[in-house]
Structures are given as structure tokens and as C-alpha cells.
Design a protein around this ligand. Structure first.
Ligand code: GLN
Length: 385
């Protein structure tokens, strides 16, 4: 028999999706894969119903339906504070997952290097390998997840083609400060490097932290591929609507990659999602307030149980320290916890390049009742371990 591609030897199946399957099998509360257990806004569901009846049902323009791109350009111009042109700066993709893959394939030649901060969302490792690039990992040091400026500069000395920036960051909850972004931008300009962002949590930020788009720093729009999606902002992870925003020559390349990967995102859902992109500012304020409440509730339980954790500044994850339970494998701990406590988490080791196995990631994109039930179950941890 011929053997399948060697590429696949370099990464494993997604641990996040594995934990979701285990959680479903055990009927546990799934705080592993990050997605809401509540509905998107009513108006958005109505718009989807309308699009289901009235269409469009055939292919949209490959790089995104014109009305969807126009609405997205208006919204991003408002939030980023720089003009985004719907015809030249945008390609719509099937979720940010495709956006990141497209971005990586658009800028990297096989053998070129890409800087990834560790801990990182597991897709980035696979994205680099599938596009033939080689990751250089730069640690974000716990507990504050700061990078060492010299370590970062050393990575740039290897002449990377791109740097991946997840901001707000999954799984650490870090929001990069303006100063940190300026330092990264300075290196990207000095060493002529692209920046590929993952900004899917751009609207889930806890005060006093604020989101700054690195693409808006001087000289950075030309070299940044800003990837994001509607999944987290509008609670529609299953709609698979994402995008890359970049300068016209980059977008021309990205459109080609995207076209041959997937042709396009679902046409009726693009039509429906125009409604979401036209929501007023109050929508985003409410989103922030609701996630702040969910986060606080989760932290309250962690305090009650007496577990150490990182205080998330943004996104909807919390890294919890499980050292005191004395397990050798965080993966086995998570599998045990799913079966015996009824709450699924993701083992921290799946996010770190370094050998870290004393952390688990819980997410709090859940209804308050769900967080309460999960919290109650987790309170049994100490007596059960
Ligand atoms: N971003 C989500 C997480 O980290 C999951 C996304 C996915 O599984 N596609 O859990």
C-alpha cells in the first residue's frame, strides 16, 4: 500500500475537538471547545430564516457577497479606525480557521519560518506545517504571559517570513498592550516580516483592557493579514463566516488560495449575517458586559474551590493550575474529570510548545445556569482527587 503524506506525522488530531467528542459521549458539561450554549440574537435567527426561504442558495462571489463585504467594511472601518475598502481589502472565508490557513499559504514559501507565541491555539502549528513553513516558538511566560523582548528579537534574527499574533489571546486570555504591539511592529518593520493576526475575540475584552488592532500601527497595514470571524462576536460558530483584511496585493493572492480551497462561504448565511454587521454599538457593549458577568462567575467558583488561575483580560478562557492534584498527565486528568466530575476541559499541554502539564483550560461562553452547574460539579474536585 502507498503511505499517506508525511506532513501528517507532524501534528496530531485536534485535542480540543477530541475533548468535545468525549464530553458528548459522557454527557458532561462541555467547557472544552469554546462555543456558546446560548442562541445568537433573535434578529439574526429571523434573518437566517428569511434567507432560508428567499435565498440566495447558489454560490456567492468567491471572495464574499458584495453586500456582506460592504457591511463588514463599514463595521471594521468603525472599529479599526482606518478605511477598509470592501472591494480591495477583504476576502470572506469559511471561518477564521480557513482565514488563517489562507493567510499562511498566501505569504509563506515551503521552508520559511513563522514565529508563534506559546501557548497558542493549536491550529497554528498545523497551519504552518500544511503550508510547508516551520514554526519558531517564542514563550509567553506565565503567570503574566509576557514575552521577553530579547527572546523575540532572537527569533526575528532567524529571518521569519511571518509572525502569528492571537490578540486577545487563546488560551491565556492575554490582551497585548499598545506598547507590546509597538515593539512587535517595530521588529516586523525592521526584519521585513508579515504579521498574521487571529482577532476573533476582538469584542470580548474586560475593562480596563482595550483592543488595539496591530494593522492600525504606522506602516503595519501593508504587512498585516488581519484574520477574524463572526463566530464569537455574534455567537454563530457553526455558520463558519470569517475573513482576511489586508492590503490589495495581499488580498489578490489570498483570494486565489481561498478560491481553490473552498470556493466560498455559505451564501444564505452571508446574506443573513449582514443583519449582525449592522448592529449598533450598544450590541458590543452588552456583549462585553455579559461576558464580564460570565467571567466573574467562573472566577468566583475557582476562588471558592481554591484553585489558582490566570485572570483573563480578554477572550473567554481561563487557565487553571492543577499541580496540587499531583497527576502526571494533564490529558488523563481531563479525561478523568470529564467522566467522573462531568465537566470537560482542554489539557494545557495541547497549547504549549514547552513541556507544561499542570494547567487545564476551561471556557465560560455558557449560560449563567450552565456555569453554576459546572461550578458546583467542580467543587467536588478536591474531595474526589
Ligand atoms: N477556538 C475554539 C477553542 O479554542 C474552538 C474553535 C474550533 O474548534 N474550531 O476552543
Amino acid at each position: 500500500m502507498p503511505s499517506i503524506s508525511r506532513r501528517l506525522n507532524h501534528f496530531t488530531e485536534s485535542i480540543i475537538r477530541h475533548m468535545t467528542r468525549l464530553s458528548d459521549e459522557c454527557g458532561a458539561i462541555n467547557l472544552s471547545q469554546g462555543f456558546p450554549d446560548f442562541n445568537p440574537p433573535e434578529e439574526l435567527m429571523d434573518a437566517a430564516q428569511r434567507a432560508g426561504r428567499e435565498g440566495p442558495h447558489q454560490y456567492a462571489v468567491t471572495w464574499g457577497a458584495p453586500n456582506f463585504r460592504a457591511a463588514l467594511a463599514r463595521k471594521q472601518t468603525r472599529f479599526m479606525g482606518i478605511p477598509i475598502n470592501p472591494d480591495t481589502n477583504i476576502v470572506i472565508t469559511c471561518g477564521s480557521t480557513e482565514a488563517m490557513m489562507v493567510a499562511m499559504m498566501t505569504v509563506c514559501n515551503p521552508g520559511e519560518k513563522v514565529i508563534i507565541f506559546s501557548p497558542f491555539y493549536e491550529n497554528y502549528g498545523a497551519d504552518t506545517i500544511l503550508s510547508g513553513a516551520e514554526p519558531i516558538y517564542v514563550p509567553l511566560h506565565p503567570p503574566d504571559f509576557l514575552f521577553d523582548p530579547d527572546e523575540l528579537r532572537n527569533a526575528f534574527l532567524q529571518r521569519p517570513k511571518a509572525l502569528v499574533l492571537c490578540n486577545p489571546s487563546n488560551p491565556s486570555g492575554k490582551v497585548f498592550t499598545h506598547e507590546e504591539l509597538e515593539y512587535i511592529a517595530g521588529l516586523a518593520l525592521e526584519y521585513d516580516t508579515f504579521v498574521i493576526t487571529d482577532e476573533v475575540y476582538e469584542h470580548i475584552i474586560f475593562k480596563p483592557h482595550e483592543h488595539c488592532y496591530i494593522a492600525t500601527l504606522p506602516g503595519m497595514f501593508e504587512r498585516t493579514l488581519s484574520c477574524s470571524s463572526l463566530s464569537k462576536t455574534y455567537s454563530i460558530t457553526g455558520w463558519r463566516l470569517g475573513y482576511v483584511i489586508a492590503a490589495p496585493d495581499i488580498i489578490n493572492g489570498a483570494r486565489k488560495v481561498h478560491d481553490f480551497l473552498t470556493v466560498g462561504a455559505a451564501a444564505p448565511l452571508q446574506e443573513a449575517a449582514v443583519t449582525a454587521l449592522n448592529f449598533p454599538d450598544s450590541y458590543y457593549e452588552t456583549l462585553r458586559a455579559e461576558y464580564t458577568e460570565r467571567r466573574n462567575m467562573m472566577l468566583k467558583y475557582m476562588d471558592r474551590i481554591g484553585l489558582l488561575y490566570t485572570q483573563p483580560q480578554g477572550a473567554y478562557y481561563i487557565l487553571v493550575n492543577i499541580s496540587e492534584f499531583g497527576w502526571k498527565s494533564d490529558m488523563e486528568f481531563c479525561e478523568w474529570m470529564t467522566r467522573e466530575i462531568g465537566v470537560a476541559a482542554v489539557p494545557g499541554s495541547s497549547f504549549f510548545h514547552e513541556p507544561v502539564n499542570n494547567l487545564i483550560r476551561l471556557h465560560f461562553a455558557k449560560r449563567i445556569e450552565t456555569i453554576e452547574e459546572a461550578g458546583k460539579r467542580l467543587c467536588r474536585l478536591k474531595e474526589r482527587v
